[in-house]
Ligand binder design. Structure first.
Ligand code: PEP
Ligand code: MN
Length: 314
């Protein structure tokens, strides 16, 4: 029986010709497109670690954390100036002031910035400050926003919708790519599943990492903070993600001397834990990742074996 709208991973080359591995044989079976964000290379020789607050709350909090993230050895700073909140009555982010604070943090630390944009009308403003634009889980299906960020001339961190299939996630990447921007990093951030909320916030879908890497040449990173919602789970989840082949990590960090964070405090780790994560991520500067970096541009092996490898569809 065929059902309207139902797709399988076999359809990926047709649905997503721009980002599908099978439709781009120059990447071969394992090559990765290296996405360069102000000198930070996703999909390159080693996993990338991004750390920072959930939200930019104040100059002291964000700039202080930026220095701590830098000292911990991380590669980039994260922090939302615009926050997608369940309740419109909750803190929505510090907006333009938050963007200014992020640019000060970059100036002081040299860390490139990734920050979320939620509104197609704000893409220009956010792109003036951001080195990388984040499309959040709730907006992965916002096709107008995807097209607009695709035109912004900045690399994109595309989070997986919390209920999105792999096909839908890659379809969202295709919307960005269609605007001529292939500098896309995919970010798994946990999906809804039973018993979500009982002992963790979401379910970290580790299996999607190798699956996505088989279907696309785009780098794939993991956000263990939102995926677990529990600070004690972030370090082991980071290890697991790297073990499954993640090209990097996006992690929320807090420093309680600046007060309790206004959002997601329970999943934030401290700078000492971040430093440990950075150090084992560095140990992962191994064969697997080096191989993909070397192959990223000149791999020409045909991908016909790929579908056979992918028994996932059966
Ligand atoms: C975030 O990274 O701050 C965030 C809101 O994440 P997500 O879109 O994955 O919920
Ligand atoms: Mn958060």
């Amino acid at each position: 029986m065929r059902i309207a709208g139902q797709v399988s991973i076999d359809d990926i080359p047709k649905i997503c010709p721009l980002v599908s591995r099978a439709a781009n044989p120059q990447y071969g079976e394992r090559g990765t497109r290296v996405v360069d964000v102000a000198g930070v290379r996703f999909g390159g020789k080693r996993p990338i670690v991004i750390g920072g607050p959930c939200a930019v709350e104040s100059h002291a909090q964000t700039v202080g954390l930026a220095h701590a993230v830098k000292r911990a050895g991380a590669d980039m700073l994260r922090g939302g100036a615009y926050k997608p909140r369940t309740s419109p009555h909750d803190f929505q982010g510090s907006g333009l002031e938050g963007l200014c604070i992020l640019s000060i943090a970059r100036e002081e630390t040299g860390l490139p910035i990734v920050t979320e944009v939620m509104d197609p009308r704000m893409v220009g403003q956010v792109a003036e400050v951001a080195d990388m634009l984040q499309v959040g889980s709730r907006n992965m299906h916002n096709y107008a926003l995807l097209a607009e960020v695709g035109r912004a001339g900045k690399p994109i961190l595309l989070k997986r919708g919390m209920s999105a299939s792999l096909c839908e996630w890659l379809g969202a990447a295709e919307y960005i790519a269609k605007q001529g921007n292939l500098d896309i990093v995919l970010c798994e951030r946990g999906i809804r599943g039973f018993p979500s909320g009982e002992y963790s916030r979401y379910v970290l879908d580790l299996n999607v990492i190798p699956a996505a890497k088989m279907l696309t040449f785009l780098p794939v990173v993991v956000d263990p903070s939102h995926a677990t919602g529990v600070s004690a789970m972030v370090e082991p989840a980071s290890r697991a993600a790297l073990e499954m082949g993640s090209h990097g990590l996006l992690i929320e960090v807090a420093d309680l001397t600046f007060g309790e964070p206004k959002c997601d405090g329970l999943q934030a780790i401290d700078a000492a834990t971040l430093a440990r994560i950075v150090s084992f991520a560095r140990e992962k500067t191994g064969v697997k990742n080096q191989e993909s970096a070397v192959r990223s541009t000149e791999e020409t092996k045909p991908t016909s074996a790929l579908n056979a490898t992918l028994a996932l569809s059966s």
